[in-house]
Design a protein around this ligand. Structure first.
Ligand code: B12
Ligand code: SF4
Length: 494
């Protein structure tokens, strides 16, 4: 069979901030492109465990293509099965992509996978565009689904694979699987042993140059050494709570494979790379044992780093850590259930600075405990004190599946059910909710811009950036970001 896995165009993503479409906007998307690794894992499993199929992978976001180009591509490859990966905020494009494929190839089997059906199993299964949905980790079950489709057999016995009919059995009898966030209340597909999975085959994405404003090259490989995160931060909807690790040997095998393909830079996209020191040290040992000289970075927590482990990691090529700091007071951290303190945050940033490890600090403004612009500014002063190499300041978004969202509904800050309505009938006009009890969104966005200017426009910061810039690519990336900020600033001043 001809099987396509596709990341749809991102032309109709819902608006998360009011000036998101404006030139002034500087947010997560401006920071770069990353491969849809989960979808690639699904295809790679199918490739490794089956024979005789023709497989296709299309990342419309990386290719920056829209619907006319996509239509031409579908007419060319005419898939029998198409698996579409999804984010909830991109649901409009997911549905449009499904309709387009169906229009060109009416007999196609359309399967919806990815983050959206994990967040909204029922609503996803009821979307009329799809023949099946996969709730959870798709590698093993998508391969089983394809197998059933090929043989013309029923597939509804596969755990985590649903149709609009079969999901009904579970709706009156919801399950609570502690490995997932509470809202995943139908049996979901889950990979017990990450080591049992075939490695992602990057030959399907090698033609794309994924890059990032804070990277050191324009040819970056993302990689996962673990899945899941056991912490319970109130604003976060990372769907899988159980933590599973891969062995350092298997991670380093993958790194060697990537090096052979010419990748130069590695970003660990684990939800939580540094769950403990032991894990980080074991990885460094394996890198050193194999004499692998690579540049790598990860997303981590401050409470599990120690100075000693940072010294070790730096010696093994660690370039940068992105820390989710979120806010600048112990009281705020406690409310967010971050399980850390400002002292630990300070230490982590101080050690990184001493050791020459670059840092990214992620902050979220517009929290329920920030009641006035002065409160936000006070939190941003903590960012200034940390003085990281990069800062990302987002306005809090109320994603369902989170304790923060439940609180907002309970306290009447937002109406219940808006996301469910969107998930049933996605529309371009949907706007993500924020905590606007004390400050409206326009005020929060102005504070966000103020925060960026406050951080990036310091002469000392600019000088340090110029001195630190290690490559032409890095220089151009930083310059592009700076020009965008300067333009924003001029417009704000004018
Ligand atoms: C890396 C990452 C990114 C990267 C890359 C995303 C990507 N293309 O994969 C970047 C930085 C681009 C990104 C951006 C965003 N992200 Co993000 N991201 C993640 C993160 C941390 C890890 C994703 C990952 O690789 N997981 C590991 C892999 C193995 O799992 P997976 O992706 O879920 O894939 C498995 C299943 O979903 C399924 N599956 C996936 N695709 C398919 C396809 C088929 C056909 C099948 C059958 C199965 C299947 O099988 C896979 C293998 O087991 C997750 C958190 C998390 N733990 O999931 C958030 C997460 C996915 N992101 C999220 C969000 C909200 C966003 C943004 C909207 C944030 C923003 N405000 O800009 C943007 C949207 C991007 C866009 N297109 O506009 C939410 C999604 C919630 C939702 N319901 O949609 C998550 C869950 C958490 C969070 N709150 O940040 N993100
Ligand atoms: S914010 Fe980070 S540490 Fe907290 S639950 Fe989410 S992934 Fe885990």
């Amino acid at each position: 069979m001809r099987i396509l896995i596709i990341n749809p165009p991102d032309r109709n993503k819902v608006i998360e901030n009011p000036d998101e479409k404006g030139e002034e906007f500087l947010e997560a998307d401006s920071f770069g492109d990353f491969p849809p690794l989960g979808a690639l894992y699904v295809l790679s499993h199918l490739e490794a465990r089956t024979t005789g199929h023709q497989l296709f992978f299309k990342d419309c976001v990386a290719e920056r293509i829209g619907y006319p180009e996509l239509k031409a591509y579908i007419e060319e490859i005419r898939p029998d099965v198409a698996g579409i990966t999804s984010f909830t905020v991109c649901l409009m494009d997911v549905v449009l992509t499904a309709r387009l494929i169906r229009e060109v190839v009416p007999h196609v089997h359309l399967c919806l996978g990815g983050h959206h059906p994990i967040a909204y199993p029922k609503e996803a299964a009821e979307l009329p565009e799809f023949d099946s949905v996969v709730v959870g980790e798709g590698e093993e079950v998508f391969t089983q689904l394809v197998d059933c489709l090929e043989k013309g057999e029923d597939f509804t016995h596969i755990k985590g694979v649903y149709t609009s009919e079969t999901i009904k059995h579970h709706l009156n009898n919801p399950v609570r699987d502690k490995r997932f966030l509470a809202r995943v209340n139908v049996p979901a597909a889950y990979v017990d042993d990450l080591e049992s999975l075939p490695r992602v085959n990057r030959k399907y994405i090698r033609q794309y140059r994924y890059h990032n404003i804070i990277g050191s090259t324009d040819d970056l490989a993302t990689i996962l050494s673990s899945r899941g995160c056991p912490y319970l931060c109130t604003f976060c909807d990372v769907p899988i709570k159980s933590y599973r690790e891969r062995s350092p040997a298997s991670v380093c095998d993958e790194i060697e494979e990537c090096l052979a393909m010419g990748y130069k830079e590695f970003r660990f996209y684990d939800d939580l790379f540094n769950i403990n020191e032991k894990k980080v040290l074991a990885f460094c040992d394996e890198l050193d044992r194999r004499k692998l000289k690579i540049t790598w970075d990860f997303r981590g927590r401050v409470n599990t780093v120690s100075r000693a482990s940072l010294v070790r990691a730096k010696a093994s090529g660690l370039r940068m850590i992105s820390f989710g700091v979120e806010t600048g007071s112990d009281e705020g951290l406690k409310i967010l259930k971050k399980a850390t303190t400002t002292e630990k945050v300070r230490n982590a940033f101080m050690w990184c600075r001493e050791l020459g490890i670059l840092t990214v600090a992620d902050f979220i403004i517009g929290q329920p405990f920030e009641k006035t612009p002065a409160d936000v500014r006070r939190n941003i002063e903590f960012l200034m004190e940390l003085d990281p190499d990069y800062a990302q300041v987002s306005v809090l978004k109320l994603y369902p599946n989170t304790e923060m969202y439940e609180n907002a509904v309970r306290q009447g800050v937002i109406a219940a059910g808006r996301w469910q309505d969107f998930a049933k009938a996605p529309s371009k006009d949907f706007i993500v909710d924020h905590w606007n009890e004390f400050m409206d969104l326009a005020t929060l966005v102005n504070l966000q811009k103020w925060s960026y200017r406050r951080f990036y426009f310091r002469p000392r910061y600019i000088l340090r950036s110029v001195i630190q810039t290690g490559s032409l690519y890095q220089f151009m990336s930083k310059a592009k970001g700076a020009i965008k900020l300067i333009k924003t600033n001029m417009r704000m001043a004018g």
